[in-house]
Design a binder for this molecule. Sequence first.
Ligand SMILES: [Zn+2]
Length: 214
Amino acid sequence: MTGANSKDLICLNRDCPDYRKRNTGNIIKKGFNAKGNQMFKCKTCGVRFPETKGTVFYNRHLKEDQIILICKLLVEKNGIRAIERIMGIHRDTVSKVVEDLARHAREVTDFLIRNVGLTKIQVDEMWSFVKKKQKNLAEGDGDDDRQGDCWIYIAKKTDTKLHLAHSTGKRVQATADEPMKTVRKRGKIPTKDKKATFASDGNRSVHQCHPGEL
Ligand SMILES: [Zn+2]
């Protein structure tokens, strides 16, 4: 990370009156830490933090270019074990980076995708599995979200193909309902004249949670 401007940063101390507030002039530069990273200070609460605070680079033993390489390998569809072999980094460490990336991606999506005009929404489902297929589960393996068949439900705008929401899990009503709830949260409330219409391939659980219109 290089050259963060104090005007672009916000205080992430939840107890601070200026928590997440922008352009209040409360953030100033305040020396460097042991790693040589620029430190900043919130004048309101006095908390010091490096410029990486609140990012995927914060508080990790990995170097910045290693984290960037993990991102690139993920985008190229490499699995966690493949990344472990390529980079010589333990899979648990890679998993933690992936979880953090997912959390950031969710926050960014929540921030950017809101008040979307809802017209036609296409709902698709996709089958996959975790560890092994359902039919190969042994007795005593259990039947939860961590193994066996897994379904991915995706809701997107038909006209622009904007990915509005998705969920993963067993093929149960709750998994099918989840993206619908997110669509409601991210979309504009439909009016009498502007209704949202859902289209799916006829899966019963998808129909049950969105009976055609919002
Ligand atoms: Zn503060």
